[in-house]
Ligand binder design. Structure first.
Ligand code: E4P
Length: 218
């Protein structure tokens, strides 16, 4: 399973990229709004940092296929690595079909059922994004959705990649890896949490203390 970072915050993207563990970025209208910057500018800056797929979503207010196609083409022009993120609606599926046929990669988002994922894949989506945490929030096990989609795609040889989204903690990440997600898109705070273990900290302290006892500060 590969890692994308789920944010539009450039400082966090730089930190995760420097860690050497991410190969893509996902954004959504809420994450873009949080940064309060012009969409095209922030996306272009992100694309100059990470050499991998960058998902930029069509405007939240664009709900018709024609509008999504027009915006999708503009988003694709920002950088060759752009992936157009499209909401899972009938209009979104129509736009996915058209953009995919034109060679523009799409990421169908807000997936909450395996049926939606299968439709998005058949419309030509390069990626589907099932939202794990938001299902957990309503007491439905989000990981079951990721596993079911992975099973279906495997049975039918579907090449659409599964981006596990709405990932909130390290346990989610490991569950996604076991469930067969191709990618987990993870907020910076969770990536950082994944690096930590109290025994690692204790081990470093002990190695330092033992070394200093014999060799001092050399
Ligand atoms: C990713 O594509 C989604 O935009 C994101 O993971 C949503 O996460 P949230 O449910 O924590 O807002």
């Amino acid at each position: 399973m590969k890692f994308f970072i789920d944010t539009a915050k450039v400082e966090d993207i730089k930190k995760a990229n420097d860690m050497g563990i991410i190969c893509g970025v996902t954004t959504n209208p809420s994450l873009i709004a949080k940064e309060g910057r012009v969409f095209e500018e922030v996306i272009a800056e992100i694309a100059s940092i990470v050499d991998g797929p960058i998902s930029g979503e069509v405007k939240a207010t664009t709900i018709d296929a024609e509008g999504m196609i027009k915006e999708g083409k503009e988003i694709a022009k920002i950088h060759p690595n752009m992936v157009v993120k499209i909401p899972m609606t009938v209009e979104g599926l129509k736009a996915t079909k058209v953009l995919s046929k034109e060679g523009i990669k799409t990421n169908v988002t807000l997936i909450f059922s395996a049926a939606q994922a299968l439709l998005a894949a058949r419309a030509g989506a390069a990626y589907v994004s099932p939202f794990l945490g938001r299902l957990d929030d309503i007491s439905m096990p989000g990981i079951d959705l990721v596993r079911t989609i992975a099973d279906i795609f495997q049975i039918h040889g579907i090449e659409t990649e599964i981006i596990a989204a709405s990932v909130r903690n390290p346990i989610h990440v490991i569950d996604c890896a076991l469930a067969g997600a191709d990618i987990a898109t993870v907020p910076y705070a969770t990536l950082e949490q994944m690096t930590k273990h109290p025994l690692t900290d204790q081990g470093i302290e002990k190695f330092q203390a033992d070394y200093k006892k014999v060799f001092g500060d050399q």
